[in-house]
Ligand binder design. Structure first.
Ligand code: 9D3
Length: 234
């Protein structure tokens, strides 16, 4: 799967994506990342990409021209009809595991990261297919949210995680939080590992883990618990 990231801070994106598990997956040929510096596409002789907003108000706006030309360059290079283009914006719908799964089904994605006070509305109308936020808190730009979304999507691509089962059995995939886990030693700071885990009885262990998952979800995420019990009733 191929990711294009349109940004004014390509270094920030490159450092992040070429490291760790995603970097390894790129070497393995499962993923590829292309950051595009929007500034490289400005027609302005001083490399300017922003200007004041019509109607007044504080701050600068990213202009339509460099954003559009950067986007067009990605499309021309791809030879594909239309690549889904995600605008990372506090005004978007909230990113979820469900949307991550949906986007992981695409061959190629473009992420558009805003900075300053935003981007000229006219170019957004022409290129954006999905406006997405990562939650209700204020950040300084769209790069970190784009990294969060790409991380969540990329790990769903077959071959990226070595442990095939781990993407499936964890939190949110079954709608519950995970049960507590323990490793050696048996006693640490006077606390023993729950004895059932040493019983060797796999049915009992499974039952205990399921109970713990439910208990934990009820206490920590009553919203998820509610949704889970409702679903089970149907
Ligand atoms: C000072 C401008 N703000 C007026 C309330 C609007 C604003 C624009 C851009 C606030 C923050 C940002 C930078 N954030 C993002 O680009 C962003 C974001 C976020 O801040 N929180 C959660 N998800 C996202 S996705 C992109």
């Amino acid at each position: 799967m191929k990711f294009h990231i349109l940004t004014l801070f390509p270094d920030m994106v490159d450092t992040c994506l070429h490291a760790s598990i995603l970097g390894r997956a790129e070497k393995g040929g499962h993923l590829s990342f292309h950051s595009v510096n929007i500034r490289d596409y400005t027609a302005d002789k001083h490399k300017k990409v922003d200007d004041y907003t019509y109607g007044g108000g504080a701050g600068m706006l990213m202009q339509a021209q460099p954003v559009y030309d950067a986007w067009l360059a990605v499309h021309r290079g791809a030879g594909r009809e239309k690549i889904r283009t995600v605008y990372v914006t506090p005004q978007g719908r909230t990113f979820t595991q469900e949307l991550a799964r949906e986007l992981a089904g695409e061959e190629e994605l473009i992420f558009l990261c805003g900075h300053y006070e935003g981007i000229d509305e006219r170019v957004l109308e022409e290129v954006v297919t999905d406006s997405v936020s990562i939650g209700d808190y204020v950040l300084t730009g769209g790069e970190l949210p784009a990294m969060v979304m790409i991380d969540a999507i990329a790990r769903l691509v077959p071959g990226v995680l070595h442990n095939g089962s781990s993407a499936k059995t964890e939190s949110f995939e079954n709608g519950l939080l995970e049960y507590p886990q323990y490793s050696r030693p048996f006693v640490w700071h006077g606390k023993e590992v729950p004895p059932v885990l040493l019983s060797g009885n796999h049915r009992l262990i499974e039952e205990w883990r399921c109970q713990q998952s439910l208990l934990r979800t009820k206490e920590r995420r009553p919203d998820l618990y509610e949704a889970y019990t409702k679903e089970k009733q149907e």
